[in-house]
Design a binder for this molecule. Structure first.
Ligand SMILES: C[S@@+](CC[C@H](N)C(=O)[O-])C[C@H]1O[C@@H](n2cnc3c(N)ncnc32)[C@H](O)[C@@H]1O
Length: 242
Protein backbone atom coordinates (compact mmCIF):
# COMPACT_ATOMS: atom_id res chain seq x y z
CA UNK A 1 0.00 0.00 0.00
CA UNK A 2 2.86 2.36 0.78
CA UNK A 3 3.81 2.60 -2.86
CA UNK A 4 0.35 3.52 -4.06
CA UNK A 5 -0.27 7.23 -4.31
CA UNK A 6 -3.97 7.80 -3.87
CA UNK A 7 -5.68 10.66 -5.67
CA UNK A 8 -7.94 12.50 -3.23
CA UNK A 9 -11.62 12.39 -4.17
CA UNK A 10 -11.74 16.20 -4.13
CA UNK A 11 -9.22 16.17 -6.99
CA UNK A 12 -11.19 13.55 -8.90
CA UNK A 13 -14.29 15.70 -8.62
CA UNK A 14 -12.56 18.70 -10.11
CA UNK A 15 -11.22 18.33 -13.67
CA UNK A 16 -9.99 21.91 -13.47
CA UNK A 17 -7.27 20.66 -11.10
CA UNK A 18 -5.64 19.08 -14.12
CA UNK A 19 -6.04 22.14 -16.30
CA UNK A 20 -2.82 23.94 -15.53
CA UNK A 21 -0.51 25.80 -17.84
CA UNK A 22 2.27 23.42 -16.66
CA UNK A 23 0.31 20.43 -17.96
CA UNK A 24 -0.44 22.32 -21.18
CA UNK A 25 3.29 22.94 -21.68
CA UNK A 26 4.05 19.26 -21.09
CA UNK A 27 1.40 18.19 -23.63
CA UNK A 28 2.79 20.59 -26.23
CA UNK A 29 6.35 19.32 -25.69
CA UNK A 30 5.16 15.72 -25.95
CA UNK A 31 3.30 16.50 -29.19
CA UNK A 32 6.46 18.07 -30.67
CA UNK A 33 8.45 14.99 -29.73
CA UNK A 34 5.76 12.81 -31.29
CA UNK A 35 5.87 14.78 -34.57
CA UNK A 36 9.62 14.22 -34.76
CA UNK A 37 9.31 10.50 -34.00
CA UNK A 38 6.22 9.26 -35.87
CA UNK A 39 3.32 11.70 -36.12
CA UNK A 40 4.18 12.94 -39.62
CA UNK A 41 0.49 13.59 -40.32
CA UNK A 42 -0.15 15.97 -37.41
CA UNK A 43 0.79 19.23 -39.13
CA UNK A 44 -1.34 18.43 -42.20
CA UNK A 45 -4.23 17.57 -39.90
CA UNK A 46 -3.90 20.90 -38.05
CA UNK A 47 -3.79 22.85 -41.30
CA UNK A 48 -6.89 21.15 -42.69
CA UNK A 49 -8.82 21.76 -39.48
CA UNK A 50 -7.89 25.46 -39.21
CA UNK A 51 -7.99 26.22 -42.94
CA UNK A 52 -10.61 28.98 -42.69
CA UNK A 53 -9.06 30.62 -39.58
CA UNK A 54 -12.60 31.38 -38.43
CA UNK A 55 -15.77 29.75 -37.14
CA UNK A 56 -16.34 27.16 -34.44
CA UNK A 57 -14.36 23.92 -34.37
CA UNK A 58 -15.51 20.99 -32.21
CA UNK A 59 -12.84 18.43 -31.42
CA UNK A 60 -14.05 14.95 -30.44
CA UNK A 61 -11.67 13.15 -28.06
CA UNK A 62 -9.24 15.48 -26.34
CA UNK A 63 -7.43 12.48 -24.84
CA UNK A 64 -3.79 13.35 -24.21
CA UNK A 65 -4.26 16.53 -26.25
CA UNK A 66 -1.97 15.68 -29.17
CA UNK A 67 -4.64 16.43 -31.78
CA UNK A 68 -5.45 19.65 -29.89
CA UNK A 69 -1.76 20.64 -30.17
CA UNK A 70 -1.83 19.88 -33.92
CA UNK A 71 -4.79 22.25 -34.30
CA UNK A 72 -3.41 25.06 -32.12
CA UNK A 73 0.02 24.77 -33.78
CA UNK A 74 -1.51 25.66 -37.12
CA UNK A 75 -3.10 28.77 -35.65
CA UNK A 76 -6.80 29.23 -34.91
CA UNK A 77 -6.86 32.75 -36.36
CA UNK A 78 -10.23 34.16 -35.32
CA UNK A 79 -11.67 30.67 -34.85
CA UNK A 80 -12.78 29.04 -31.61
CA UNK A 81 -12.17 25.48 -30.45
CA UNK A 82 -14.34 23.37 -28.14
CA UNK A 83 -12.64 20.11 -27.20
CA UNK A 84 -14.85 17.27 -25.91
CA UNK A 85 -14.08 14.12 -23.95
CA UNK A 86 -16.09 11.91 -21.63
CA UNK A 87 -13.15 11.84 -19.23
CA UNK A 88 -12.83 15.16 -17.42
CA UNK A 89 -9.09 14.77 -16.82
CA UNK A 90 -8.66 14.41 -20.60
CA UNK A 91 -10.99 17.33 -21.36
CA UNK A 92 -8.91 19.39 -18.93
CA UNK A 93 -5.85 18.91 -21.15
CA UNK A 94 -7.43 21.32 -23.64
CA UNK A 95 -7.77 23.98 -20.94
CA UNK A 96 -4.16 23.39 -19.86
CA UNK A 97 -3.02 23.93 -23.45
CA UNK A 98 -5.20 27.05 -23.71
CA UNK A 99 -3.72 28.42 -20.48
CA UNK A 100 -0.15 27.81 -21.63
CA UNK A 101 -0.81 29.41 -25.02
CA UNK A 102 -2.87 32.21 -23.43
CA UNK A 103 -5.78 31.30 -25.69
CA UNK A 104 -8.43 30.89 -22.98
CA UNK A 105 -10.77 33.22 -24.88
CA UNK A 106 -10.67 30.88 -27.88
CA UNK A 107 -10.35 27.36 -26.47
CA UNK A 108 -12.78 25.66 -24.14
CA UNK A 109 -13.47 22.09 -23.13
CA UNK A 110 -16.63 20.10 -22.48
CA UNK A 111 -17.23 16.80 -20.72
CA UNK A 112 -19.81 14.94 -22.81
CA UNK A 113 -20.56 11.69 -24.55
CA UNK A 114 -20.18 11.78 -28.35
CA UNK A 115 -23.45 9.84 -28.62
CA UNK A 116 -25.53 12.81 -27.40
CA UNK A 117 -23.68 16.04 -27.99
CA UNK A 118 -25.20 18.96 -26.08
CA UNK A 119 -24.83 21.21 -29.14
CA UNK A 120 -27.49 22.75 -31.40
CA UNK A 121 -28.30 21.49 -34.90
CA UNK A 122 -26.46 23.13 -37.82
CA UNK A 123 -24.28 25.32 -35.59
CA UNK A 124 -20.67 24.16 -36.05
CA UNK A 125 -18.20 24.86 -38.88
CA UNK A 126 -15.72 22.02 -38.39
CA UNK A 127 -15.76 18.80 -36.37
CA UNK A 128 -12.40 17.10 -36.03
CA UNK A 129 -11.09 14.00 -34.35
CA UNK A 130 -7.56 12.69 -33.91
CA UNK A 131 -7.74 8.96 -33.09
CA UNK A 132 -11.10 9.54 -31.41
CA UNK A 133 -13.23 7.17 -33.47
CA UNK A 134 -10.58 4.43 -33.21
CA UNK A 135 -11.33 3.98 -29.53
CA UNK A 136 -14.98 4.94 -29.31
CA UNK A 137 -18.03 2.70 -29.50
CA UNK A 138 -21.17 3.23 -31.62
CA UNK A 139 -19.25 5.02 -34.36
CA UNK A 140 -22.37 5.10 -36.54
CA UNK A 141 -24.27 6.93 -33.81
CA UNK A 142 -21.37 9.42 -33.53
CA UNK A 143 -21.58 10.14 -37.28
CA UNK A 144 -25.29 10.97 -36.86
CA UNK A 145 -24.36 13.48 -34.15
CA UNK A 146 -21.53 15.01 -36.18
CA UNK A 147 -23.86 15.47 -39.13
CA UNK A 148 -26.56 16.97 -36.90
CA UNK A 149 -24.35 19.66 -35.35
CA UNK A 150 -22.46 20.68 -38.52
CA UNK A 151 -23.69 23.52 -40.74
CA UNK A 152 -24.35 22.70 -44.37
CA UNK A 153 -20.95 22.90 -46.06
CA UNK A 154 -19.24 22.15 -42.73
CA UNK A 155 -16.37 19.67 -42.62
CA UNK A 156 -15.62 16.59 -40.56
CA UNK A 157 -11.87 15.94 -40.48
CA UNK A 158 -10.78 12.62 -39.05
CA UNK A 159 -7.52 10.80 -38.32
CA UNK A 160 -7.72 7.04 -37.71
CA UNK A 161 -5.52 4.00 -38.05
CA UNK A 162 -5.83 2.59 -41.53
CA UNK A 163 -6.06 -0.96 -40.18
CA UNK A 164 -8.91 -0.95 -37.64
CA UNK A 165 -7.78 -4.21 -36.04
CA UNK A 166 -4.44 -2.86 -34.74
CA UNK A 167 -5.76 -1.33 -31.57
CA UNK A 168 -7.77 -4.34 -30.44
CA UNK A 169 -4.95 -6.74 -31.29
CA UNK A 170 -2.69 -4.74 -28.95
CA UNK A 171 -5.04 -5.44 -26.04
CA UNK A 172 -6.56 -8.79 -27.01
CA UNK A 173 -3.62 -10.20 -28.96
CA UNK A 174 -3.41 -13.24 -26.71
CA UNK A 175 -6.94 -14.31 -27.68
CA UNK A 176 -5.83 -14.55 -31.29
CA UNK A 177 -8.84 -13.42 -33.23
CA UNK A 178 -8.37 -13.61 -36.95
CA UNK A 179 -8.93 -10.32 -38.79
CA UNK A 180 -12.21 -11.65 -40.17
CA UNK A 181 -13.43 -12.66 -36.72
CA UNK A 182 -12.43 -9.29 -35.33
CA UNK A 183 -14.22 -7.36 -38.06
CA UNK A 184 -17.46 -9.25 -37.39
CA UNK A 185 -17.27 -8.57 -33.65
CA UNK A 186 -16.20 -4.97 -34.18
CA UNK A 187 -19.11 -4.31 -36.50
CA UNK A 188 -21.59 -5.76 -33.96
CA UNK A 189 -20.09 -3.66 -31.17
CA UNK A 190 -20.10 -0.46 -33.25
CA UNK A 191 -16.31 -0.07 -33.29
CA UNK A 192 -14.46 1.78 -36.03
CA UNK A 193 -14.26 -0.70 -38.91
CA UNK A 194 -11.91 1.12 -41.29
CA UNK A 195 -12.08 3.76 -43.97
CA UNK A 196 -14.49 2.02 -46.37
CA UNK A 197 -17.05 1.38 -43.63
CA UNK A 198 -16.66 4.97 -42.36
CA UNK A 199 -17.23 6.39 -45.85
CA UNK A 200 -20.32 4.25 -46.39
CA UNK A 201 -21.84 5.29 -43.08
CA UNK A 202 -20.89 8.95 -43.59
CA UNK A 203 -22.71 8.93 -46.93
CA UNK A 204 -25.89 7.77 -45.14
CA UNK A 205 -25.53 10.91 -43.02
CA UNK A 206 -25.36 13.41 -45.90
CA UNK A 207 -21.58 13.54 -46.14
CA UNK A 208 -19.39 13.28 -49.19
CA UNK A 209 -15.73 12.29 -48.90
CA UNK A 210 -13.80 15.27 -50.30
CA UNK A 211 -10.25 14.20 -49.60
CA UNK A 212 -8.25 11.46 -47.99
CA UNK A 213 -4.58 10.68 -47.60
CA UNK A 214 -2.86 7.61 -46.20
CA UNK A 215 0.40 8.10 -44.31
CA UNK A 216 2.81 5.14 -44.18
CA UNK A 217 5.73 6.30 -42.03
CA UNK A 218 7.49 2.94 -41.94
CA UNK A 219 8.36 3.16 -38.23
CA UNK A 220 4.73 3.17 -37.14
CA UNK A 221 1.18 2.18 -38.17
CA UNK A 222 -0.46 3.50 -41.35
CA UNK A 223 -2.98 6.23 -40.67
CA UNK A 224 -5.48 8.07 -42.80
CA UNK A 225 -6.71 11.65 -42.76
CA UNK A 226 -10.16 12.02 -44.27
CA UNK A 227 -12.18 15.15 -44.95
CA UNK A 228 -15.96 14.81 -45.25
CA UNK A 229 -18.27 17.66 -46.26
CA UNK A 230 -21.89 17.90 -45.11
CA UNK A 231 -24.11 18.42 -48.14
CA UNK A 232 -27.59 19.15 -46.81
CA UNK A 233 -29.62 19.59 -43.68
CA UNK A 234 -33.13 18.22 -43.53
CA UNK A 235 -32.85 15.23 -41.22
CA UNK A 236 -33.30 16.72 -37.76
CA UNK A 237 -36.29 19.09 -37.82
CA UNK A 238 -37.21 20.20 -34.32
CA UNK A 239 -34.55 18.07 -32.61
CA UNK A 240 -33.52 19.61 -29.31
CA UNK A 241 -30.29 18.26 -27.81
CA UNK A 242 -30.56 17.00 -24.23
C1 LIG B 1 -7.14 7.81 -28.20
S1 LIG B 1 -7.86 8.97 -27.18
C2 LIG B 1 -7.84 10.39 -28.23
C3 LIG B 1 -6.44 10.87 -28.53
C4 LIG B 1 -6.31 12.36 -28.60
N1 LIG B 1 -7.19 12.95 -29.59
C5 LIG B 1 -4.89 12.78 -28.87
O1 LIG B 1 -4.56 13.10 -30.02
O2 LIG B 1 -4.10 12.80 -27.91
C6 LIG B 1 -9.57 8.56 -27.17
C7 LIG B 1 -10.40 9.42 -26.21
O3 LIG B 1 -11.77 9.24 -26.57
C8 LIG B 1 -12.56 9.38 -25.39
N2 LIG B 1 -13.85 8.72 -25.66
C9 LIG B 1 -14.07 7.43 -26.07
N3 LIG B 1 -15.38 7.22 -26.26
C10 LIG B 1 -16.02 8.39 -25.97
C11 LIG B 1 -17.40 8.80 -25.99
N4 LIG B 1 -18.38 7.97 -26.33
N5 LIG B 1 -17.68 10.08 -25.66
C12 LIG B 1 -16.70 10.94 -25.29
N6 LIG B 1 -15.38 10.61 -25.24
C13 LIG B 1 -15.04 9.35 -25.58
C14 LIG B 1 -11.71 8.69 -24.32
O4 LIG B 1 -12.05 9.17 -23.03
C15 LIG B 1 -10.28 9.04 -24.74
O5 LIG B 1 -9.79 10.15 -24.03
Amino acid sequence: MNNISLIPSSTLCDGITYATSKIGKKRIEMAEEMINKWACHLMDYGELVTESKSGIIVELATGAGFGTCGVTNSGLGAGKLISIDIDYACAANAIGIAKYLKLEEQIDSMVANFWFLPIKNDSIDVVCSHYGLDEAREVNRILVEISRILKVGGKFINVSRNDPTIRIRQTLGHIEFSKEEYMKLASCAGFYCGMDALKKEAEKNDFVLEYHKVYSPGNSHERVISVFKKLKSDRFPGYVPR
